[in-house]
Ligand binder design. Structure first.
Ligand code: SF4
Length: 376
């Protein structure tokens, strides 16, 4: 396996992460929604201060790439104007909430997610590791396969609040109580689940035999397939190769309506009832590029050992129908932490380890393959 640096935190706007192409500045839109004006302004920031590449992240955020130090300060001022900046880096880091993009504005799920965000940015918020997160679902559930630490899901009468990796959960009658239960569960985790500033709920449950007060047996969440591009309950969803867009694409989307950011690295255009004309968008859910997770890779990422996106475009036409492929520039696996039918991890510019039916941490079945010899 190649060496790589584990940072243990996610970038924000106030605390961007250095990458091979400059600073990566992550914008965490509250409840994952951008008005058309906000989206246009962000496109302008990417043009003026970034390198014109914008990532859609698996945590339903946007990332400006290639930002310089001076551009960073200017972008922060602009984000304040847009109402998209947290008061400090700690609050920004803790406000880690994914809301189902299908939740209407002001719906119960919307309210629950907003309540968690308020609690996590308040002065007495539980101090959680940077990657610890919440997911608030809608009915029917769509976030079953989205990684998180605490999951809120609506049921017939009320809500279930379920820890990741648990076969139990808490029940709550309404969105406010569900949010309060989620925060209580986070505090329970924080009592013993954090070491050296790191820790995730799933690992804590393996070590912790005692359950919190009120815990009741509950089925583990069903990992639903990620919805693909096409009509959605509240608009139209569009895919983009490797979840990356340009300022022009973001502006074109904004011209079609308000935007919802999704954990599937797609954009949902609220209220659209037909395919919006966005250049370069992938409207076909069968397009193999949508089944390929490829990280930034070389040359933009300083830790990358290969240009995995170029290889992804070469391999896409050969990918078997329905199969997923994860291409990673190093063993860190930024693009995808779950299983894939095939995972390729770069060891050198033209050398890859291959894992079948596993995640990035599984043992490779083949090592040192040249790109031309990769069996799909
Ligand atoms: S997985 Fe890809 S993007 Fe992440 S550090 Fe490695 S090479 Fe860079």
């Amino acid at each position: 396996m190649s060496g790589f640096e584990i940072k243990g935190w996610c970038p924000g706007a106030l605390r961007p992460m250095a990458s091979g192409d400059g600073l990566v500045l992550r914008i965490r839109a509250p409840n994952g929604r951008l008005t058309p004006d906000q989206a246009r302004s962000i496109a302008g920031l990417s043009r003026r201060h970034g390198n014109g590449l914008i990532d859609l992240t698996s945590r339903a955020n946007l990332q400006l790439r290639g930002v310089g130090a001076a551009g960073h300060l200017a972008a922060l001022d602009a984000l304040v104007e847009m109402g998209l900046l947290d008061p400090d880096a700690g609050a920004e880091s803790r406000r880690n909430v994914i809301l189902s993009p299908f939740a209407p504005v002001d719906s119960p799920a919307w309210q629950a997610a907003a309540a968690i965000a308020r609690a996590m940015t308040s002065g007495d918020a539980p101090q959680l590791p940077g990657k610890f997160g919440f997911a608030v679902d809608t009915a029917p559930w769509v976030l079953g396969a989205v990684p998180c630490d605490i999951r809120l899901r609506p049921v017939d009468r009320g809500w279930q609040v379920v820890p990741d990796g648990g076969d139990w959960g808490l029940t709550a009658p309404d969105p406010a109580s569900a949010a309060a239960s989620a925060i209580a569960l986070a505090r329970w985790f924080a009592q013993g689940g954090i070491h050296d500033g790191r820790g995730r709920m799933r690992g804590y449950l393996r070590r912790q035999p005692d359950l919190p007060q009120g815990a009741a047996p509950m089925a583990a969440p069903d990992p639903a397939d990620a919805p693909g591009p096409g009509p959605a309950p509240n608009g139209w969803m569009l895919g983009f190769a490797f979840g990356q867009i340009t300022p022009a694409q973001l502006e074109a989307c904004a011209d079609a309506g308000a935007l919802r950011l999704t954990p599937w690295r797609a954009l949902l255009i609220e209220g659209a009832d037909a395919l919006p004309p966005i250049p370069g968008a992938i409207p076909d859910p069968e397009n193999p590029l949508l089944r390929i997770h490829a990280c930034t890779g070389a040359p933009a990422c300083s830790q990358a050992l290969a240009d995995v996106r170029a290889l992804a475009r070469v391999l896409a036409p050969r990918l078997a129908s329905g199969h997923s492929l994860h291409l990673s520039g190093c063993a860190k696996g930024c693009a995808h932490q779950g299983r894939a039918d095939l995972t390729l991890i770069a060891q050198a510019p033209d050398r890859f380890d291959l894992i079948r039916d596993g995640d990035i941490h599984a043992a490779p079945t083949r090592t040192g393959l040249r790109a031309a010899d990769i069996p799909l």
